[in-house]
Design a protein. Sequence first.
Lengths: 386, 343
Amino acid sequence: MFAFTLLLALCAALAAAAAPRGNAREPVRIGVTGNTGDRYIRTGLELLGGFDTSRYSLAFEIMEEDEAGAAVRRGEIAGYLRVPEGFVEGLLDGSRVPLTFVSAGGAGISADLTKEIASAVSGILLETENAMYGVQRYSYDTDPSRDWYAESMILFDRYVSAVLDRSELFGVETVGVTGSLSLAGSLFCGILTALMMIWCMGAAPYFTRRSRSLGEILPPLGVSDLAQTVCEYVPFLIMTAAGAAFIAAAALVFAGRSGLYIPEIAERGAGAAAFAGSVIPAALVISAMSFFLYEAARGASSGPLLQFFNAAAEGFAAGCFYPASFLPGAVRAFGSVLPAGAALRCVCGILNGSPSAKDAAAAAAWAALFIALSALMRRIRREGSL
Amino acid sequence: MRSVLLWCALLMKRLLKRPAYIAVLAAVPIAALALSWASSAGSGIVTAGLVAKGSAGGAEERAARRLTEAGSAMRILTFDGEEEASAALRSGEIEAVWILGDLEGTLRAAARSGTAEHPIKVVEREDDPLLALSREKLYAAIFPELSYEIYADLMEDRFGETDGSVLRSYYDTRIVTSRIIEFESVSGGEDTGPGYMLSPLRGLLSLIVLAAALSSALYSIGEVRRGAFVWAGRPAMYAIPLLSHFLAALGAGAASLTALAAGGVLGNVLAEIACMTVFCALCAVFCEALRLVLGTEERFAAAIPAAIILSLALAPIFVDIRGFAPVKALLPPYWYLIWTRFI
């Protein structure tokens, strides 16, 4: 188990060594197929490539349709833009020949963001076109001899300037709300909590090889079910806490070395050793929950399956996979009272520099409840077998 | 053939006697249904608060309507005043506040001079790429107002036309109303997409299938060590564990298909069943190979989190990470998620 944890940490270290330094981002690659020979289209693509106020850089590559389709399926490009025949002519004469953005279909946040931006760009282009046609029609109606095309191109230039200078419209103030984590920080804590839950899947042999007869011999000797449960839980807690601390330290080193910008780590310089030691309250609740699940599903044939289902379902609701702010209010409220939610809040509090006694108490209360339930289950099972 | 079916029935019966296995399979569609409900509830990758200060029916209100009425992956909440919105920002209910004040006047000035005095005040929780992208959405909502001012300014400059009704009549003669960009899925058909809440559902379900096969393989190690199938003879002795993993995965696969249907993301039923069956077979082979290589329960159990974590990171479940092709090729969920792009 520890050998594999070490292997995971080594993989993280290798990935960190291979990753670019600083805040460099890989550009989002988008293919362009179809009628790409037109000089207007090439100019448009160059403009789009430099259209990068949001720090998400785009790289456009001209490709054949088959090649682009295969690249989308392999995940090498985010999608491709199919430029139909007659697209430019359609723009000039008002007959609409739309572009098609072909993607893998529903690939999460990046797909939603692509659609949001494409929809915003589409709306801006529609408005611009209508205004240009308005100018052309007015020019033609009032003075047919006038060069209506030249007039509309003057308007077009003004639109281009307005769009390029759009950041001037916003007076942006960043307040840095106290007590809340950055998006990157939330994701980091979420992933760490989910990793701890998944890590517990590997403890199956520790539970499946327990001797059942011992559970029947010890109570007459005065060793209660609760005492047996606690004695078995403590080594598991130590193992989980050590694994969690190791994973936390490796994740912190990885986050620092790979150029991933997590403000809480970059600005406060959280030490790996201190952070690793501080995830113990989260390990307390996660190991107790896992212990209870192993007690509920005795045997190797369904233990890891139950562990993973719990990690996926609870992790999702608690905000381990998406930050809690992405979830609906009711799910957020439900997730925060779950054991995984309590564990996540402990980890978030540590990264945020404001660990809360309330969160630690909630984690301890969950742990106590799971231990008590495990002992109760053991007792019911023993009495049923007697 | 008859003996294979008999073995299938026996192994399946053994699986169905496991309450935890049945409980998980029953819970999977319920969880998918809950996720489907959650995806339709109010959620967004960015939640912004909007304060429109202008008069009723003014540019601010029109822009606010465009933002709140259009379906979007961003959630926009409206607030009556700046104080209320700031309190929501501090409490973490929203991540940004957009304050639209005298939009018409400042946009007109911006259109005339080419510069603007920041007519839109934006207060953000942090310097974040998602919040920066959300401003593009805000820009698109106010663009019709800005666009009209730019047009009106040009009409005055170039044609001397200042009559508002004439300007408006030419501006509002919309020649183009259709979308300029259409979305299509690589497998054909319009890409309506399940949205970010439901999009990881298929990937997470594939991991449940893999976890079922891994659990079966872990159990088989003990059985093989005890010589449980020695009496069945040489070929059967090796085939039975493989069949056992396949059936465990198949049960989870059936629950996953039900969950996909419950979540409303099931594609062509026959193609889905075919893909799932092949995926279950692949999971069985993967787990059996891992069992033969690792040998002991301890080593195999330690490999379970590694297999799940690698699949979670490298299969296109939440993000589509490039590179690591040799590792991806070893992971059954990666292949399943690639195949289902063709459905």
